[in-house]
Design a binder for this molecule. Structure first.
Ligand code: ADE
Length: 261
């Protein structure tokens, strides 16, 4: 009887362990999270990806497959800091990625930048995180004592070395906040570009960057300039986002092909 009990016990342990290992394979970690805020920002990657499977979490759809030889999850993480952080953290916990790549559009703050230029972020900052009234510098994340979130130097340098024809690729500081900036007021843009040294403005980079920082995952942030964050920003943005260049795809392909196996 004892022996029979022991055999059943061993079988159950073995069965449980193999179930566990299946589950691990099944929830399958991926090498890279490829993220954008809007459908237009991930569309090109979905066309280039192979063996794409559509999955859902709550109301949010995402895609698993292979892109330029890497196992990836491609997802739209929504517009704004909170939703993009929630979804990125979910994907991190579920897929344990080795890298996070975010691509999309941004408004120019740097006067030298033109529509169609690409910024590779050296760092990013939540410019609307404001506890200055309490004596804390604008943008400081008190919990980690940081204002500027760095991107990964290896990924950044690979991205900057992409051979691109007729596109200017720049390195710079991306500012993130929960507002689409389309103001006629030059002093607002002047503050962001001169006081905070921002080159481009958007709505998700630093929130996704914060998730990457906290989870210690190398992060790459690529933004193509769609407008000048001024009075004509809405029109420029709307026409540009529909013809979103293939530049970010070329950069991601170059980075993936040069990442170590
Ligand atoms: N993304 C693209 N253009 C933008 C702008 N002007 N403000 C904020 N986010 C943007």
């Amino acid at each position: 009887m004892d022996k029979c009990f022991y055999t059943i016990y061993c079988f159950l342990i073995f069965f449980n362990l193999s179930l566990f290992s299946c589950e691990k394979n099944d929830s399958s970690s991926v090498e890279v999270l490829v993220l954008g805020a809007m459908e237009e920002e991930i569309e090109g990657f979905l066309h280039a990806a192979k063996n794409v499977k559509t999955e859902k979490w709550q109301n949010f759809t995402f895609y698993k497959g292979q892109l330029y030889g890497k196992e990836v999850v491609i997802a739209r993480v929504g517009i704004g800091k909170s939703i993009s952080a929630i979804l990125t953290q979910y994907f991190v916990m579920r897929f344990s990625p080795q890298y996070i790549v975010f691509t999309g559009v941004a408004g120019a703050l740097n006067k030298e930048a033109s529509i169609g230029d690409v910024y590779i972020a050296k760092d990013c900052m939540q410019y609307d995180l404001d506890t200055t009234a309490l004596g804390v510098e604008l943008g400081t994340i008190v919990e980690i004592q940081r204002r500027f979130l760095p991107t990964d130097p290896k990924l950044r340098n690979l991205a900057l070395s992409t051979p691109l024809k007729e596109v200017t690729i720049r390195e710079g500081r991306i500012l993130t906040g929960d507002a689409f900036l389309s103001t006629e007021k030059a002093h607002v843009r002047q503050f962001l570009s001169e006081e905070l040294d921002g080159d481009a403005i958007e709505m998700e980079g630093a929130s996704v960057g914060l998730v990457a920082y906290v989870n210690q995952i190398p992060f790459l942030l690529i933004r193509t300039i769609s407008d000048r964050a001024d009075g004509t920003a809405v029109e420029d943005f709307s026409s540009f986002v529909n013809v979103l260049s293939r530049t970010s795809r070329d950069i991601v392909e170059h980075v993936f092909l040069h990442l170590p196996r």
